[in-house]
Write a protein that binds this ligand. Structure first.
Ligand SMILES: *Cc1c(COP(=O)(O)O)cnc(C)c1O
Length: 369
């Protein structure tokens, strides 16, 4: 019997143990631990990777989203009460960033095939109060950004990408983080580009926005002891930046390894009670998660577990049914609710052995037959 954890972070980072230790030593010996050369080097390298002019390091992915909306408020582009269109089936962080800024989330049903924001539903949800579209590249697949950008252009809306799960995903050679007016990234350890602790960044091609963001995350200050805004402390640490520089240099190799696993799953899983992900094209998906759908989820999860395979649910409760948003308890999003009842994430990682992948496929195919 196999004994397979969902994600072996230790094995992922062990691949780069020597490089990580060297980078760590470099920071320890530098005597400089916040806002130094590692952060600025990582910001440049990550901006270059995404194809954007700027990357601004922050403390985590949620802050990246919160601070971007906040910066647009400071710039007079948004005000309290403005509406932000967001997919109803997203991870709650996307929504928290909106309500933290006293903006109004307008939840829209996703596209059932891709689980990503549906351009048609997005356009239908636009009102005179709409100012922002917040697409989420869920599970690692880029949303239909050509369509979303077209809608934003026609209705004069800002676009904030939530790219926390999709570092490196692209359409027509243009990567996540380089489509919208700005994009939030998370480097939480389990993300495809994971730090060894919390970290995040914002990418943008907008010089003015970048400047405001740099100040907002540093007490609202551009210049020591001069405060333009009532900012916060949300900085990327030197040590995490140094870890991320190592991890970024291997990201494309890891994405290729994830896609290779996904390809084997796609070709191997043939159980009619399992719906496979809709992989739009080679480059669009970086498989942060490999999410299948079945109306016998409890049984399939149990069956996998009995064979030693851990699977997880991303996510079990949609935001509108969370206690935190009890004001939405009476709202109904049938497609979102169905997705939350049916999705199951199979193990996927750059270090998942192909024998294990074949095992999981067999276990899935034997289910219920
Ligand atoms: C992880 C995640 C975030 C938040 O990132 P943190 O670094 O954990 O704050 C935001 N949005 C999505 C879609 C995520 O998956």
């Amino acid at each position: 019997m196999t004994n397979m954890s969902f994600l072996d972070l230790k094995a992922i980072n062990a691949q780069y143990r020597d490089e990580l230790i060297d980078a760590c030593t470099r920071v320890i010996d530098s005597g400089w631990y916040v806002q130094g050369t590692e952060v600025s080097a990582f910001e440049q390298e990550f901006a270059a990777y995404c194809g954007t002019k700027h990357a601004i390091g922050v403390a985590n992915g949620l802050d990246a989203l919160i601070l971007t909306l906040r910066a647009w408020k400071e710039l007079g582009k948004l005000k309290e009460g403005d509406e932000v269109i967001v997919p109803a089936n997203t991870y709650i962080a996307s929504i928290l960033a909106i309500t933290e800024n006293r903006l109004v989330p307008v939840l829209v049903e996703p596209d059932l095939a891709t689980y990503n924001v549906c351009p048609k539903n997005t356009e239908a949800a636009i009102t005179e109060k709409t100012r922002v579209i917040l697409p989420v590249h869920l599970y690692g697949q880029l949303a239909d950004m050509p369509a979303i950008m077209d809608i934003a252009k026609r209705h004069d809306l800002l676009v904030l990408e939530d790219s926390a799960q999709a570092h490196g995903a692209s359409i027509d050679g243009k990567r996540a983080g380089n489509w919208g007016d700005a994009s939030g990234f998370s480097f939480y350890p389990g993300k495809n580009l994971g730090a060894l602790g919390d970290a995040g960044a914002i990418t943008t091609n907008d010089d003015e926005l970048a400047q405001v963001l740099r100040a907002l995350g540093n007490y609202g200050s551009h210049k020591k002891y001069e405060n333009l805004y009532q900012g916060v402390n949300s900085r990327l640490d030197e040590i995490q930046a140094a870890m991320l520089r190592v991890k970024l240099s291997h990201l494309d190799t890891e994405i290729a390894a994830r896609r290779a696993v996904a390809k084997v799953y796609m070709e191997g899983i043939s159980n009619p009670s399992i719906t496979l992900p809709s992989w739009q094209n080679e480059e669009s998906h970086v498989f942060h998660l490999f999410v299948i759908r079945t109306n016998q989820r409890t049984e399939l999860q149990q069956h996998l577990l009995e064979h030693g395979v851990q699977s997880l649910i991303h996510y079990p409760i949609p935001p509108h049914q969370q206690q935190a948003y009890s004001q939405w308890a009476t709202q109904s999003y049938p497609m979102t609710e169905m997705i939350h009842q049916q999705v199951l994430s199979l193990p996927i990682s750059p270090v998942l052995a192909s024998s294990n992948v074949r095992n999981i496929i067999n276990i899935c195919n034997e289910f219920n037959i």
